[in-house]
Design a protein. Structure first.
Length: 256
């Protein structure tokens, strides 16, 4: 199971300016969202609307001012093994091999080394890196490094996978290759995924549903179900219709 529920979420940052002045910035206001078990949902919106903040709250890396986030009914109060996280920065250990990087998160589960390595091997193969197990990170391309990060997040078998602009630092060709790889991995694992991106085409290509956040303080502006067969064709007319609808929503919001 992997249902992720965001309910009446508020987030305000307070910054002290001078000895008697505090400035407040409200990022969210009454945001509610449910991601069903096995659903792939992307979050898009104007720059600075709080997409990454929402993911950090779901990851337990920040705390909400009000409201709750739950995974399978359990309230998120901090990081946990029920959520795997993949960021744009690779955050890999350069002194470890590919296999040992993937196995690293399994240490907290108290597994024997042989069991950790066996599970890591499964996920190395799942992300298409068989044959690179003994390589160190500096020998890998950007796309390969992100595959390692994805395998490490999946190896702990989380209920939900949280991904924050994971392909944002890659060149266009590698990015499309990684999108296709992620779509295939999702088809095989049916993992619940919350995916943050600024790329509308990427969101349409990958998602069951795309959620558009408004400008600050952010609310849910639009939820669009993407009813296209997989694998998806970016040049298909209906695909492009979804792109235009999302672009129009963001453009209207930016002009408001």
């Amino acid at each position: 199971m992997g249902e992720l529920v965001v309910e009446k979420l508020d987030k305000t940052y307070h910054r002290r300016e001078g000895w008697n002045t505090t400035r407040s910035l409200t990022v969210f206001e009454d945001v509610s969202l449910t991601i069903a078990d096995g659903e792939f949902v992307s979050i898009i919106g104007t720059s600075g609307c709080g997409k990454s903040t929402l993911l950090n709250l779901a990851a337990g890396l920040d705390k909400a001012s009000a409201g709750t986030i739950t995974v399978d009914g359990k309230k998120v109060n901090g990081p946990g093994l029920d959520r795997g996280v993949v960021f744009q920065e690779f955050a890999l250990f350069p002194w470890l091999t590919v296999l040992d990087n993937v196995a690293f998160g399994l240490r907290s589960k108290g597994m024997a080394k042989s069991e950790r390595r066996a599970i890591a091997q499964e996920y190395v193969e799942l992300v298409g890196l068989a044959g690179f197990e003994t390589y160190h990170i500096h020998r890998l391309s950007g796309g390969m490094r992100q595959r390692v990060g994805l395998a490490r997040a999946l190896a702990i078998e989380p209920a939900a996978l949280l991904m924050d602009e994971p392909f944002g630092a890659l060149d266009a060709q590698t990015r499309e290759t990684m999108q296709a790889a992620l779509a295939e991995i999702w088809e095989r694992t049916k993992k619940t995924i919350l995916f943050v991106t600024h790329d509308i085409r990427e969101a349409v290509y990958l998602s069951d549903r795309v959620v558009v956040l408004s400008g600050r303080p952010a609310t849910v502006l639009l939820e669009l179900s993407v009813e296209l067969d997989r694998p998806r064709n970016r040049h298909d007319g209906k695909f492009q219709d979804y792109e235009r609808e999302l672009e129009d929503a963001i453009t209207r919001e930016s002009a408001a």
